[in-house]
Design a protein. Structure first.
Length: 400
């Protein structure tokens, strides 16, 4: 095996016309393109696996270092060199037969009147490497809660391996952007809603390069039913068990949902209005409709973004109460685009699996989980704590 590897390596070096390995050449065509450099930066930031561009990971450790980014940048600017083909061995040419020379009897000599001075040949100066601007992380929407601290790195890097200086303005009260390029903030109860923080990063090149971007955050009220887990990517929540009641204080404040780039901005909203959509939040009332003493139905709407509507979408609804699983079924439906990157489907019906009577779940809390999956396999899920009732007269909710 060792002999085979050595012979293969020797062939890669000596075969004429073969291009040597080029760090950052993701598609193996011997050229590093700017999109391949951006892909390498995404691997360095942990946004993509090393398998997205194996040639950038020179030492095979699954990580991308600054040195490897610099090597890829050099490949972009000055290209990738190919080894010089080895010329085939040929026999030396046969010299022509000697021609007898005639020596003149007088050799004229010329003495120059002016001796020319030697002219210095200027040596070529090295080609200066252009300074690349900073590369910024892909923007996304950070979901946070009032009262929970936020540590959000900008994710900017200098492809030339230099030092970056970043600044942001305007900053809301309590916000700081430290030298480590991390935004730190604990939102107050009166700072709910969508917050945009523009920033600019500048490198130490000559001339300096710079790039501008923005952080996008949505700060919501933390209700008693939300058990949050937060990271640099935002906060996710889980719900307590049904034997722990949490809706005594009512639903949280209603906030608009901002637009965000796909796929990071993928979301799902579940509605239940008679007129309009009416997005459900924790501790909203969800009415189930009794068909007879022994059967009942849920009637739900869904609205989503960043999912394909070229074919039918699969909508799965699951409702749990203190009796157990009441609904666990799915429907294949077509959704309609409503503008603003959103699509929706209204009034889907899901039958209860458990028979009545339903008096034991009147005014009780339940857990509703809805998942929408498109024909490409992408999915979004929404889970809310609801108050269950079969009584009519439940007021419609505000549209999101």
């Amino acid at each position: 095996m060792t002999r085979f590897l050595r012979s293969g390596l020797l062939a890669a070096v000596l075969l004429p016309g073969r291009v040597a390995a080029c760090p950052g050449d993701c598609d193996g065509n011997g050229v590093v393109a700017i999109n391949e450099l951006v892909r390498a930066v995404g691997i360095a930031l942990g946004q993509s696996p090393a398998s997205a561009c194996p040639d950038i990971d020179a030492n095979g450790d699954g990580l991308v270092s600054i040195a490897e980014l610099i090597a890829a940048t050099n490949g972009l600017l000055i290209g990738c060199s190919a080894p010089t083909p080895t010329a085939p061995l040929t026999p030396p040419p046969t010299p022509p037969p000697a021609t007898p020379s005639v020596t003149p009897s007088v050799t004229p000599s010329v003495t120059p009147s002016v001796t020319p001075s030697a002219t210095e040949t200027p040596s070529p100066s090295p080609t200066a490497t252009a300074n690349l601007p900073p590369v910024l992380a892909t923007p996304f929407l950070y979901r946070g809660f009032a009262g929970l601290p936020i540590e959000l790195p900008l994710g900017a890097v200098d492809p030339d391996g230099g030092v970056l200086q970043c600044g942001a303005a305007p900053l809301l009260p309590g916000m700081t952007l430290a030298e480590d390029r991390t935004l730190r903030w604990t939102p107050a109860a009166d700072q709910l809603g969508v917050v945009d923080v523009p920033y600019t990063c500048r490198d130490d090149g000559d001339p300096a390069g710079q790039a501008s971007g923005g952080l996008h955050l949505r700060i919501a009220e933390l209700d008693r039913c939300s058990q949050p887990t937060c990271s640099a990517a935002g906060c996710t929540t889980t719900l307590p068990a049904l034997n722990i009641r949490c809706c005594g204080m009512g639903p949280p404040a209603r906030l608009p949902e901002p637009e965000a780039l796909c796929p990071q901005g993928r979301l799902l909203m579940v509605g239940r209005n008679v007129v309009g959509f009416g997005r459900l939040q924790n501790c909203d009332t969800l009415r189930f409709f009794r068909q007879a003493q022994a059967s009942a139905q849920l009637r739900l709407h869904v609205r989503f973004s960043c999912l394909s509507t070229l074919n039918r979408v699969r909508v799965r609804a699951r409702l749990e109460s203190i009796r157990g699983v009441e609904v666990d079924s799915e429907a294949l439906v077509f959704a309609s685009d409503i503008g603003g990157g959103l699509s929706e489907r209204r009034t889907m019906r899901f039958d209860f699996e458990q028979a009545g009577p339903y008096t034991s779940i009147e005014e009780r809390e339940g857990i509703l989980t809805v998942t929408v999956t498109d024909s490409d396999g992408a999915a979004a899920t929404e889970q809310v704590r609801v108050l269950l009732t079969s009584e009519p007269g439940v007021d419609d909710l505000l549209d999101p």
